[in-house]
Design a protein around this ligand. Structure first.
Ligand SMILES: Cc1cc2nc3c(=O)[nH]c(=O)nc-3n(C[C@H](O)[C@H](O)[C@H](O)COP(=O)(O)O)c2cc1C
Ligand SMILES: [Fe+2]
Ligand SMILES: [Fe+2]
Length: 408
């Protein structure tokens, strides 16, 4: 495979991986993927933007060698240190003796754990910094947490090209490479956003503000099609997905509390209903109750995302919380966790570990967990249901801003 011309003097030197079917453990990649890397030739030297997975190194290096000598490489721009883009970096650094590695300060803290041997000539860059080479300007943009802390983007100013890192990526192999030539990759573009960018919506919006200040005609992401037909359309899609608050646009100034329960003999369900009434006795909250055992995972995901307060009710079964309770919280891997308030409750027979375990898990997910779990032995009495009511009321008060002392 030869390099592919992207714009005058700018080449695709990445590789195609049509056969990959699972990516980063969490993603299914039915259409394979590509690891995009780029090379810019100027009168004053060469710039290499990123690398590929180590196992594809031979093809990547042979593309580079067909375009330049390693001594001509002046800059290696590292937008992202994940191994699908940095796998070839140690060898490139060892070959390109005159090159300076351009990366974020956060990448500087990580790169020694990626490139184990040799001295690295580097410079750290952030928004506002740029380099000039052979009449070209490369401007850097700090776009942390998209999707690792060290990620940056850059703009090739004169050519109006945005190198966006994994942002706007798709796991979608098509050797025709450009968005106006490839097949329909809509699903892959959204799927990539949902699995990689969705947990970092606030950071996406920050990055979009930076991108909007640039004149962009072509987006060169690290995976999938290069976007040159209508870049603004893709930018706007990311914007609407990242701003979105539920399909109906949120609940105005009301806070959302979701109560998810599991139950075998109705005991935990009865608790959930009293907690619901307690929550509803407070103003400015919308309260929803769901039987967790019958919810589709994707619905759980959306409900969790939309909830300010999350209460999970679970009986203790064989010294544990049943799997759907753990599964629900495992969805948080795909969501923003900061700003959520959590709590747990449940009926039990003799040992009652489950609500404590769920509380601990919520704390580990960095939820605010202000209340001790509410546990009731077997069938709740009227008095116990009154306690559940008060538990719900206090939770809603906290959601509405009541201060509580919390153990750290
Ligand atoms: C298979 C099974 C295992 C159980 N294991 C425990 C346990 O390890 N510890 C405990 O406190 N209660 C245990 N229990 C008792 C339940 O937690 C108790 O019956 C509770 O009231 C059920 O609430 P629910 O009606 O909301 O499902 C177990 C119950 C069943 C059916
Ligand atoms: Fe990545
Ligand atoms: Fe990637």
């Amino acid at each position: 495979m030869k390099p592919i011309l992207v714009k005058k003097d700018l080449y695709f030197v990445g590789v195609f991986d049509p056969d990959i079917r699972t990516f980063d453990i969490i993603m299914k990649t039915a259409n394979g993927s590509s690891y995009n890397a780029y090379l810019l030739k100027t009168d004053d030297g060469v710039v290499v933007f990123d690398g590929v997975k180590e196992e594809f190194g031979e093809e990547y290096f042979s593309k580079i060698e067909s375009l330049c000598d390693y001594d001509e490489i002046k800059y290696i721009i590292v937008h992202h240190l994940e191994p699908d883009h940095s796998g070839t970096l140690p060898i490139l650094i060892s070959k390109a003796k005159n090159a300076k590695v351009m990366m974020s300060p956060q990448a500087n803290l990580m790169i020694k754990a990626v490139v184990h041997s040799g001295e690295i000539q580097f410079e750290t860059v952030w928004s506002g910094k740029s380099i000039q080479i052979g009449g070209k300007t490369i401007k850097f943009l700090s776009t942390p947490y998209l999707h690792w802390p060290e990620t940056i983007s850059s703009v090739l100013v004169e050519d109006k090209v945005l190198f966006s890192g994994d942002v706007f990526g798709s796991h979608y192999f098509d050797k025709k490479l450009f968005d106006d030539l490839v097949g329909d990759f809509d699903y892959a573009f959204k799927y990539y956003y949902d699995h990689i960018m969705r947990p970092f919506k606030r950071h996406v919006l920050n990055a979009l503000r930076l991108y909007e200040g640039e004149n962009i005609e072509l987006i060169a992401p690290l995976h999938g099609p290069i976007i040159r037909q209508n870049p603004i359309k893709y930018i706007n899609l990311y914007k609407s997905w990242s701003e979105q608050k539920g399909i109906f646009g949120g609940k105005g100034d009301k806070k959302t509390i979701s109560i998810f329960y599991l139950t075998s003999y109705k005991n935990t369900k009865d608790m959930a209903e009293s907690i619901e009434l307690g929550c509803e006795s407070e103003p400015k909250v919308v309260v929803n109750v769901y039987d967790l055992a019958s919810l589709e995972e994707n619905n759980v995901l959306n409900l969790l995302e939309e909830s300010d307060g999350i209460l999970i009710g679970t009986p203790t079964i064989n010294g544990d919380a049943p799997k759907p309770a753990w599964d629900a919280l495992s969805c948080m891997m795909l969501l923003e966790k900061t700003g959520k308030t959590g709590g747990a409750f449940g009926s039990y027979g003799w040992s009652g570990e489950a609500p404590n375990m769920i509380n601990d898990r919520m704390k580990a997910l960095k939820f605010r967990v202000p209340l001790e779990p509410l546990k009731i032995k077997l069938i709740p009495t009227k008095d116990e249901l009154d306690k559940a009511y008060l538990f719900g009321k206090e939770f809603a008060q906290i959601i509405n801003g009541k201060m509580v002392e919390m153990e750290i």
